[in-house]
Design a protein. Structure first.
Length: 141
């Protein structure tokens, strides 16, 4: 379990995602000033994982969709829930990439751990991105 900053959103449409991403990017930037994230690439990977899970829930799950991000010393956790508890997330296998549906595979590649559960008649899909230890400068730079 991650303890630290927790942010939540109620999502109704994919039209909301650009604004939510921008808000989340700003929150991560603000927190990073106090507790630096290893690098900008880490934040961008996490934002991509967030976007994939949120857009999947909006496209394939049931409303309402709720997104929650937890920021702690170990890393970042995104949890996205929807009301389609009986519809498991299904990765695209053997599908032409031009047909889409590769988001869950992308999340699996970006995250340190990922999964899904049903809770209180809701499906919750999650991804955890572990923070890397900050790089230390050696004697030569």
């Amino acid at each position: 379990m991650i303890t630290g900053n927790i942010w939540t959103w109620r999502l109704e449409s994919t039209d909301q995602l650009p604004a939510v991403r921008a808000e989340l990017r700003g929150l991560l930037s603000l927190v990073s000033r106090l507790e630096p994230v290893s690098d900008i690439e880490f934040e961008e990977k996490f934002l991509l994982a967030f976007d994939e899970l949120a857009s999947n829930a909006l496209r394939h799950g049931g409303r309402p969709v709720r997104a929650r991000v937890s920021f702690g010393s170990e890393g970042l956790l995104v949890e996205v829930s929807d009301s389609a508890a009986t519809s498991p997330p299904t990765p695209a296998v053997g599908r032409d990439p031009s047909q889409g549906g590769l988001g869950l595979g992308l999340v699996a590649a970006l995250a340190s751990a990922h999964g899904w559960v049903t809770q209180a008649e809701r499906k919750l899909v999650w991804a955890f991105c572990r923070r890397m230890a900050p790089r230390r400068r050696g004697a030569f730079g």
